[in-house]
Ligand binder design. Structure first.
Ligand code: AMP
Length: 608
């Protein structure tokens, strides 16, 4: 059976998992042996694209062309509040795209956020494919924060398509974590998943029942609350202190700011294990106001850090209380708490979580890996009918229409089990009204957001209130919304899959798919060249090492001298082919070098 990969496309790190032949979920490590890959993309001065650890390592010296936390921008409009705030804090340039969407400038090119995310997804696909050589791994389940809205889900799915993946399902991160937690165990339990990652916070409450039934009863979250906000508290504290001491604002120096951000994140992580962390950034400013070099040296203790982010923790707790209220449950009904996301390593986060749920969190799952594992489990269950798994998730936002007088008319309530649909009949509000504009709204944190709009035209002329229009909203298992409108009398109908106005057109997606594929062909070619080159260089080194010894043994015969001359020629030709990146020639000469090395080894091991 074809395998499905599970991808946790994280704000900070991404992870890929698969179910192995024995039915055991496995996280697949990347080439460097790491089980997670930084969700970072960069373009070098020479135009080379870098993804993951290699992009992270060069981020300080190339901060303007290094994109991180792209997930915070996906599916959002350029002029939305979150993007406006990101524009102030990121080191790369965010421009406005043709649909009022976000485009990121890397060197001379602009990329949509979907393309940036696709580059990360391609990398994760590659990580998986390297563990299963020769097996194409095209099908994927990708996870998103439970609190993602329709536009963000669509955009993530589009990113998958651009990456050449058949995205068979989008599932919510906390739900995936619950699947990983409960997989293969027979239980009847109500659990809470507390998921605090690099960029988002989600909490879901689920009932796990016999026979592999996972039913989400409530979900709540904030897509702008995560590890980065905790880092920024330390960044502000360091920068404000430095300004007070030296009168220099490090925010104005991109490279210095990036160094402070990295150091703040490091200090934050250290403070999870020790009570005090040192921040030491020598030469943070090379020419200060009096042309002197300035250094940033400070230590921060755990208590100070916890005070700096007390309000962030309080926000997490409020969201948890809200989720319990929505589920009509109290802390005593929650039988297990599962922690997900790197930020749950912070002791104050763990304490806050146990305070609100009144129990110690479960230690049984790995916070960085559970989400990808859950996605892989869901992927297998979708293909394998024998698998006992029923997943019932909910929609995080209420959906409805905006009717006359800016009134939000709700059709589908928050926390309704998906897939679902709801129908409501509306009447025209003016005489001889021949068209109705349908404004599809989503209520997110008490604010109404326009998801999309469409016009039902060609209505027959009639007095106001005489024409009845039936509007049906559907939400599929990926959490994606479709709307269908019908003139009840004539049967005239129109439907749309709601793509938020910040989405890409089908044509753009196809074009981006082509360039992503071209890049992959080039990249695979590069990888092959690199492998062949490394092998050839190893052969050259071994032959050159043995050369003097072989020469001493064979140079006295004509045959020996001829063999040595041929060897010198092949060595020179191989080096030349390596310098010119000629794959076919390197391959051909490597064969000759392999024979030569065998011959050399035979000569030196022969008894004299
Ligand atoms: P995730 O999105 O789940 O990969 O979580 C990434 C976030 O977890 C980043 O903000 C990291 O800085 C944070 N993180 C990772 N390890 C730790 C740690 N030991 N203590 C505190 N935060 C951490």
């Amino acid at each position: 059976m074809e395998r499905v990969i599970g991808i946790d496309l994280g704000t900070t790190n991404s992870c890929v998992a698969i179910i192995d032949d024995d039915g055991i979920p496995q996280v697949i490590p990347n080439r460097g042996g790491y089980k997670t890959t930084p969700s970072i993309v960069a373009v070098t001065e020479g135009g080379r694209r870098l993804v993951g650890h290699i992009a992270k390592r060069q981020s300080i010296t190339n901060s303007e062309n290094t994109v991180y936390t792209a997930k915070r921008l996906i599916g959002r409009k350029w002029d939305s509040a979150p993007v406006r705030s990101a524009r102030q804090s990121v080191s790369y340039t965010i421009d406005e795209g043709p649909h009022g969407d976000v485009r990121i400038k890397l060197r001379d090119e602009h990329f949509s956020v979907q393309e940036i995310s696709a580059m990360i997804l391609q990398e994760m696909k590659l990580v998986a494919e390297e563990s299963f050589p020769g097996e194409p791994l095209n099908r994927a389940v990708i996870t998103v924060p439970a609190y993602f809205n329709d536009g963000q889900r669509q955009a993530t799915k589009d990113a998958g398509h651009i990456a050449g993946l058949d995205v068979i399902r989008i599932i919510n991160e906390p739900t995936a974590a619950a699947l990983a937690y409960g997989y293969g165990k027979s239980m009847n339990k109500t659990i809470a998943v507390f998921d605090l990652g690099g960029g988002t916070f989600d909490v879901s409450i689920l009932e796990i029942g016999e026979g592999g039934v996972f039913k989400v009863v409530a979900t709540a979250g904030d897509t702008f609350l995560g590890g980065e906000d905790f880092d920024l508290r330390i960044v502000d504290w360091l920068i404000d202190g430095f300004k007070k001491e030296h009168g220099v604002d490090l925010r104005e120096d991109r490279m210095a700011l990036q160094r402070v951000k990295d150091a703040a994140e490091k200090a934050k992580c250290e403070l999870s294990a020790v009570k005090e962390a040192d921040v030491n950034l020598p030469f943070i400013i090379s020419h200060g106001p009096d042309n002197e070099s300035l250094h940033l040296q400070r230590s921060i203790d755990r208590a100070t850090f916890e005070t700096l982010c007390a309000d962030l923790l309080e926000r997490c707790l409020d969201i948890c209380r809200g989720a319990m209220k929505d589920a009509r449950l109290t802390a005593s009904d929650i039988e297990e708490v599962v922690l997900v996301g790197g930020m749950t390593r912070m002791p104050a986060v763990q304490k806050a979580c146990s305070d609100v749920f009144k129990r110690e969190p479960s230690k049984g799952v790995h916070p960085d890996e559970v989400v990808a594992i859950g996605a892989a489990i869901q992927g297998k269950a979708l293909l394998d009918e024998q698998e006992d798994l029923i997943l019932l998730d909910v929609t995080p936002h209420a959906l409805g229409l905006l009717t006359a007088g800016n009134h939000f008319d709700e059709l589908i309530g928050q926390n309704t089990t998906v897939p679902t649909s709801a129908t409501k009949t509306f009447t025209t509000s003016r005489d001889n009204q021949t068209a109705v504009k349908i404004l599809v709204m989503q209520r997110e944190s008490d604010e109404n957001q326009l998801l999309g709009e469409f016009l039902l035209t060609g209505l027959r002329a009639a007095q106001k209130g005489q024409i009845e229009i039936e509007v049906t909203f559907s939400i599929d298992s990926d959490g994606i919304v479709s709307v269908f409108a019908k003139d009840c009398e004539t049967g005239l109908e129109q439907s749309i899959q709601v793509t938020s106005s910040s989405g890409l057109s089908q044509e753009e997606i196809s074009q981006m798919m082509v360039s992503a594929e071209e890049y992959m062909i080039e990249r695979k070619g590069d990888d092959e060249l690199e492998g062949v080159r490394q092998n050839a260089e190893k052969l050259i080194a071994e032959i050159e090492k043995l050369f003097p010894e072989v020469e001493a043994l064979v140079a006295s015969s004509d045959f020996g001298r001829e063999a040595l001359a041929k060897t010198r020629d092949v060595l020179a030709l191989t080096k030349d082919a390596i310098a010119k990146n000629e794959l076919a020639a390197i391959k051909e000469h490597s064969e000759a070098l392999t024979r030569t090395l065998k011959m050399f080894k035979g000569v030196v091991s022969r008894p004299t």
